[in-house]
Ligand binder design. Structure first.
Ligand code: FMN
Length: 317
């Protein structure tokens, strides 16, 4: 038996696997394919205050290696989430108390995040909030709190004032300094950083002279982004003292271990579920088998064990 449990933000997770927001509906829709108890946490799709129709079609394009999307946070709004989604999640959570529920929140202004968190604060089945500070498909990814550490701090501080639930700040890789944004979130009261969201990308049908996505530019995810996302996760781990949840391009147990070794306490898995919907459900077992074959019996022993080679300076003094 390998102990896969991990701790972050004052919560214990029976394994380090979480669904990445927006790639698994709100969670309960997928439990026929991925048993609820097979994940450490289910992360909802982003919930906004008002219903949002999302961006115009086409808004998904499959590339040679991964997905372009410009969904634009389509969702039915918070009241629908409370009335129609949370009861089923609450029931699943009550039957499998070892698995956590994380609600991902989105808004245009910092007050919207606080308003959402306040409205959901008394929902016992929600273990933590994840603040989506990083959607590339709303205002072209130029929302001020995605790119400015002080504004990110302001969002976190605003939410901190209305809830005691743990807060994960999901940040964007589409900035020059991920470490500065992460530090802003930590200063505002984040309990963990999710690093991170999709990369800005684009596809073109040159024969028709049209972009593949109606919005032109969208978010790029899946296998090809792993090296960039892993680099971001590593830089964030080095910059903050709160836990980091790695996200981007994970396909299999081997990929999960790379994120853990650079120092992430947990991971989120998204795009692979579109091509292999049961992948996430198998991954816990695959990690256990992998660690067993390496003679490791406690997953947390692997976290943050990356040894950076000491590079010899080219000029000898
Ligand atoms: C179709 C699609 C929809 C997404 N919707 C959301 C969303 O609603 N909120 C969010 O925070 N991230 C959203 N994301 C980003 C993912 O949660 C994840 O951060 C990103 O896809 C990188 O992980 P991956 O390479 O494993 O997919 C979405 C990604 C995709 C592909």
């Amino acid at each position: 038996m390998v102990d896969l449990s991990t701790n972050l933000a004052g919560l214990t997770f029976h394994n380090p696997l979480m669904s990445a927001s927006g790639t698994f509906g709100h969670g309960v829709e997928m439990t026929g394919m991925v048993p609820f108890e097979s994940l450490g946490a289910w992360v909802s799709k982003t919930v906004t205050w008002d219903p949002r129709p999302g961006n115009p079609l086409p808004r998904i394009h499959e590339t040679e290696a991964g997905f372009l999307n410009s969904i634009g946070l389509e969702n039915r709004g918070i009241e629908h989430y409370i009335e129609h989604v949370l009861p089923a999640l609450g029931q699943a959570r009550a039957q499998q108390p070892g698995t956590r529920v994380v609600t991902n929140l989105g808004g245009h202004r910092s007050e919207e995040f606080a308003r959402l968190a306040e409205r959901l604060d008394d929902q016992d089945c929600i273990d933590a909030f994840e603040l989506n500070l990083s959607c590339p498909n709303v205002d072209g990814g130029k929302l001020p709190y995605s790119t400015d550490p002080a504004r990110a701090e302001e969002v976190l501080a605003g939410v901190r004032r209305v809830t005691n639930k743990p807060l994960f700040a999901k940040i964007s890789p589409n900035v020059t300094r991920v470490d500065e944004i992460a530090r802003g979130c930590e200063a505002g009261g984040a309990h963990a950083i999710t690093a991170g969201n999709t990369l800005l990308g684009m596809g073109v049908d040159w024969r028709k002279c049209t972009p593949r996505l109606a919005t032109g530019v969208g978010g790029y995810s899946g296998i090809a982004i792993k090296p960039v996302s892993l680099r971001c996760a590593y830089q964030v781990v080095s910059a903050v003292s709160i836990p980091v949840i790695g996200c981007g391009g994970i396909q299999c147990a081997e990929d999960v271990m790379e994120y853990l070794v650079v120092g992430c306490q947990a991971v989120q898995v998204g795009t692979v579920s579109f091509s292999d919907p049961s992948a996430l459900g198998r991954m816990g077992r695959e990690i256990a088998e992998l660690l067993h074959s390496e003679g490791v019996d406690t997953l947390s022993d692997c976290i943050g064990t990356l040894g950076m080679p000491q590079v010899e300076p080219w000029r000898k003094s």
